[in-house]
Design a binder for this molecule. Structure first.
Ligand code: OSB
Ligand code: MG
Length: 372
């Protein structure tokens, strides 16, 4: 493949309801989309999952735009690549960080390769599952009752895992209410997005009573050591999200016993190359993985669903259908799940969905072309 042109676009999509996590709230998603074109005229859409504010990580859609235009895009434009497997190393060399910006280009290259070869993206990356189980991530609510209502509706809709966002002041009572309302059988987990410190260990031990399948990212992203101390004091398995920014951080988690489960978000780790390496490392170490979400549009979702079809993605991913987030997505068909909470992995060449280019045009607030 020979990348000739990259169009960057920002679109804005209103969420059906505001999504609150411990580090911030979002009611409209500002999304950075990329349109890659190669010298043979094959095109591919990709999505950069960076948010509007640097709360989840230091990246934002504006820093990603800058990184892609100034440093990362020029690395790829006008060069030929035998395989998308080579892209990650090229983007990584002497450019620190900016994983979400790198990932958008790297994953787009995988999408482009799949399109060129006429195979489904999941097949190209080694996916084996034809349907993947879906969970829902429910934002912090005003009170436990509001959370219980949403959780009950989600179970009725078929979701296979209920993830509730927590923070100090909205944790033990909220989780207890959900467990009591849903019963023993439902898989429930909590995600703190780094809202706690090691001083909260005793407080967090109260969550052990509710048989959560995991507690996601209780402490700061850089606190692998303190996560290991906390894990020794909790029966509930810790799952790391923000902390796992690359392969080595995952190896460190395993060595230090900082967690027992990994949430793989391809954007956070720099793309499919590192995602697959982390997936394989976890498999060798009996660490289950699942695919997280970043409130992606239907474009980003296509990449996540493909990734989640790899064999060690054994827990339900945050892969909710389009209608959970938006009145109308930017892809056709929209993402759906069946009554068993399963999402079909597309088998058509490329992403398996079509981007509604006219709708993207209507939603675009800025665009810039790099390359020719
Ligand atoms: O921590 O997993 C997270 C959304 C934005 C930022 C961080 C997270 C999330 C989610 C949403 O939990 C999952 C989804 O896309 O449905
Ligand atoms: Mg998380």
């Amino acid at each position: 493949m020979h990348l000739e042109k990259i169009v960057l676009r920002e679109i804005r999509l209103a969420l059906k309801e505001p999504f609150r996590i411990s580090s911030g709230v979002m009611s409209e998603r500002r999304i950075l989309l990329l349109e890659l074109s190669d010298a043979d005229g094959v095109g591919m859409w990709a999505e950069c999952v960076a948010g509007e504010f640097p709360n989840y990580s230091y990246e934002t859609i504006d820093t990603a735009w800058h990184a892609i235009r100034e440093w990362l895009g020029p690395r790829l434009l006008g060069r030929s690549f035998e395989s998308p497997e080579l892209i990650h190393a090229v983007l990584e060399k002497n450019i620190a960080g900016h994983n979400m910006a790198k990932a958008a280009l790297e994953m787009g290259s995988w999408g482009l390769a799949a399109q060129r070869q006429g195979v489904a993206l999941s097949q190209l990356i080694g996916g084996t599952q034809t349907r993947v189980p879906t969970g829902i991530s429910i934002g912090i609510q005003a009170d436990p009752n509001a959370l219980v209502q949403r959780a009950q509706r989600a179970v009725a809709d078929g979701y296979r895992k209920i993830k509730v966002k927590i923070q100090p002041g909205a944790d033990v009572d909220y989780v207890r209410a959900v467990r009591e309302a849903l019963g023993e059988e439902v898989e429930i987990m909590a995600d703190a997005n780094s809202a706690y410190t090691s001083a909260d260990a005793e407080h967090l031990q109260q969550l052990d009573a509710f048989k959560l399948i995991m507690l996601e990212q209780p402490l700061h992203r850089d606190d692998l050591y303190r996560h290991s101390l906390l894990q020794r004091r909790l029966r509930t398995p810790i799952c790391l999200d923000e902390s796992i920014t690359d392969f080595n951080r995952c190896a460190d988690m395993i060595a230090l016993k900082s967690g027992k489960i990994v949430n793989i978000k391809p954007g956070r780790v720099g793309g499919f190359g590192p995602s697959r390496a982390i997936h394989d490392l976890c498999r060798e170490n009996d660490i289950p993985v699942w695919c997280g979400g970043m409130l992606e549009s239907g474009v980003g979702r296509a990449y996540n669903v493909a990734l989640a079809s790899l064999p060690n993605f054994s827990l339900p991913g945050d892969l909710s259908p389009s209608a959970r987030y938006w009145d109308r997505d930017i892809v056709t068909p929209e993402w759906t799940m069946d009554a068993e909470g399963m999402v079909k992995v597309p088998t058509k060449p490329g992403l398996g969905i079509t981007v509604d280019a006219g709708r993207v045009d209507d939603l675009t607030v800025r665009a810039e072309t790099i390359g020719t």
